[in-house]
Design a binder for this molecule. Sequence first.
Ligand SMILES: [Zn+2]
Length: 202
Amino acid sequence: MTVSWTPHRFTGGILALDTANTVVLRDDPQKTFDRFDDPVEIARFADAASGFRAAELGGRRLQALSPETIAPVVRSIRESTDRLFRGAVSKGAIATGDLAGFLRACADGLSSSRCEIGTAGRPFGDPATPIAFEAALAVSALSLLRDDTVARLRICPNCSWLFVDRSRNSSRLWCDMAVCGNRQKASRHYRRRTAAREVSDV
Ligand SMILES: [Zn+2]
């Protein structure tokens, strides 16, 4: 089934986290699934992310010409990013054991890329040409290691997505208030009503 890459699917706040969140409901082995199961979705995701993440990318577009070929490295960056930073949120610290695998995966993503990145206004290189998605994914994932970013990483209590909390007082609870915040409110309301009914049934 074709995925609609809606704004909600880009609430991670950073390309590498939006990518980590393409595996849905990671904490539920019964319900979890991978939106990149069909590698074509990697190219469609890269297209959508070029727009949603234009600010992070300095306007450079992402390109995934042969999604089938890059699928293994994309998955490996994605999974090692999720493991490392999910652990960082829960433990408040980076595990060096997970860091090694993460760095290897990022190195694989960068190994066939030949461009210059990190100059002022061009964090991902010259926006005149596109950048390979797996290389950009690695650059984005590595940027998460900054300690000021690690301190702002959160896990959504409803859907367990990772996201960066950029709110002024660091109080953002949900990946997306309009989706997860409301679902949680609705289920609380449902539980209250059910409890009330049980009482009145007695
Ligand atoms: Zn959520």
